[in-house]
Design a protein around this ligand. Sequence first.
Ligand code: 5GP
Ligand code: ZN
Length: 115
Amino acid sequence: MDNCIFCNIVRGLAPAKILHQDDEVTAFYDSHPITPVHVLIVPNRHIVSVNQLEAKDENMLGHMVMVARALAITLNLKESGYRLVFNTGPDAGQSVNHLHLHLIGGRRMPFRFEE
Ligand code: 5GP
Ligand code: ZN
């Protein structure tokens, strides 16, 4: 996907502050953080959203969560807490059509996200 910003970040063709990269996933800081710590974990392969996941993606999906967990520990969020969020589709406000897991933390968060 040549015009996908996250594909370009994965390939090193667009700038990002990368925290982790391996064969399956890439993690980098969100450019417009909503919390003091805001990281995105994405599959290296272009997948649009949770809706497009297939059974063969299960291991990769588990790996995304484990990478997020490891980063939460590295970024000192283990005790204070954090959220892992997949925005999926228009009502959730998904704005980039490449699957991404938000790791957010570093402040107290309300139960609901308001505009
Ligand atoms: P969504 O709203 O789709 O769940 O989240 C997309 C996220 O990607 C947003 O939090 C937004 O700030 C972030 N984002 C969009 N474009 C870029 C970019 O070019 N670089 C980085 N690092 N983050 C981006
Ligand atoms: Zn992509």
